[in-house]
Design a protein. Structure first.
Ligand code: DAH
Length: 356
């Protein structure tokens, strides 16, 4: 009798389990259902536990039935679990919509350093005038930085440039220096171009930008490192008029058509004649103000390339002439933006940099 009960109970359990599962709609209810029908204290486990006490001929039937009920209930449990997951996902997608009206977090956008911005503008302007950019090294020898540019050893013109000599062993009269100006690039460039056709070197029209270093007492106008843009045009029949036209045109392109310019006689060892190039102060219109003093702003030096320098570059001064200039892009940036201290450029102070 008892054995028939066990079988009946098992069948009832399966039936009840299947029936009650249909109404379940939450994961908690499903957990409770699982404890009730497949947990430790159910008709199924009781059947398994009672197997040992049953007469041997009944054991297979009870065991198989218990197993069948267990497998059937586990199968519907798995199905229901999957179905519930799907319903809850669909619910979440339907109700938890993305609020696209919320303002996004602002992106922090980087930008170019004001000096780089100025340099790029100058590349563009010179590019329009047919100049190509030539990159030259920042570490030089005395020979290139001075001697080949007509500053012999011991020449007083060297005092115009305070110099970082680098300790590099015993190099006699040719020590290593951090370049004090971009002018040594003139020699590198001319040698490179003249080597391509030594009998008939090509004409060149170049700008040579880059960092220069001087052993300076720093103040609002002097820094130990600064940018220069060297210019060099060499070819047959180049004249001082070409130089004046080029720099005057540069000023107009940078500061506007109305701007006035002037050239003042000066001295540089590597140019003859030499001049200083001034632009009318665009802040005060030439009247004189705290930035410019007398109404004019000095932008750089220039002149006709000295015959010795042409020769050192592999160009025959009997057949070729050329002009050169050296500009201070940071100076131009200072004028344009009203920056009153050159040291701001490399101080890395965000309050300064963020203004550009
Ligand atoms: N190298 C000079 C300096 O740093 C600037 C300069 C002047 C460059 C005249 C030139 C030039 O090419 O012709 O002081």
């Amino acid at each position: 009798m008892a054995d028939i009960d066990v079988l009946q109970q098992l069948e009832q359990t399966q039936q009840k389990g299947l029936n009650s599962l249909a109404g379940i709609a939450s994961e908690e209810a499903l957990l409770a259902w699982r404890t009730q029908y497949l947990g430790k204290n159910t008709a199924i486990t009781q059947a398994f536990q009672s197997l040992g006490k049953l007469p041997a001929e009944l054991r297979p039937q009870v065991g198989q039935t218990a197993n069948k009920v267990k497998v059937a209930l586990e199968a519907v449990l798995a199905e229901k679990t999957a179905a519930l997951k799907e319903t809850s996902l669909a619910h979440a997608l339907a109700t938890e919509t993305l609020d696209i009206t919320l303002p996004g977090r602002p992106l922090v956008q980087g930008r170019l350093h004001p000096d780089t911005q100025m340099l790029r503008e100058l590349y563009r302007v010179f590019g329009e005038m047919g100049f190509q950019v030539y990159r030259s090294r920042e570490v030089e020898t005395d020979e290139f930085n001075f001697q080949l540019l007509n500053f012999p050893i011991g020449h007083p013109a060297r005092d115009m440039q305070d110099t970082y000599f680098v300790e590099a062993g015993e190099r006699g009269t040719n020590p290593i220096v951090m370049r004090t100006h971009t002018s040594p690039g003139q020699i590198h460039a001319m040698r490179e171009f003249s080597a391509t056709n030594p009998q008939n070197p090509p004409s060149v029209r170049l700008i040579l930008p880059g960092m220069c270093y001087r052993y300076e007492q720093t103040d609002a106008r002097h820094e130990t490192q600064f940018d220069q843009i060297e210019g060099l045009a060499v070819g047959p029949g180049i004249t001082f008029s070409n130089l004046k036209a080029t720099l005057s045109d540069l000023a107009r392109r940078l500061f506007g058509q109305q701007v006035r310019t002037r050239f003042r006689a000066s001295f540089f060892p590597f140019t003859e004649p030499s001049a200083e190039f001034d632009v009318e102060c665009f802040l005060c219109g030439g009247k004189g103000c705290p930035v410019c003093g007398g109404g004019w702003l000095e932008i750089g030096g220039c002149g006709m390339v000295h015959p010795n320098v042409l020769r050192n570059g592999g160009y025959d001064p009997e057949r070729y002439t050329g002009f050169a200039f050296g500009l201070g892009p940071q100076r131009i940036a200072m004028l344009r933006y009203g920056i009153n201290d050159i040291r701001y450029f490399w101080e890395n102070d965000m309050r300064f940099l963020e203004q550009f």
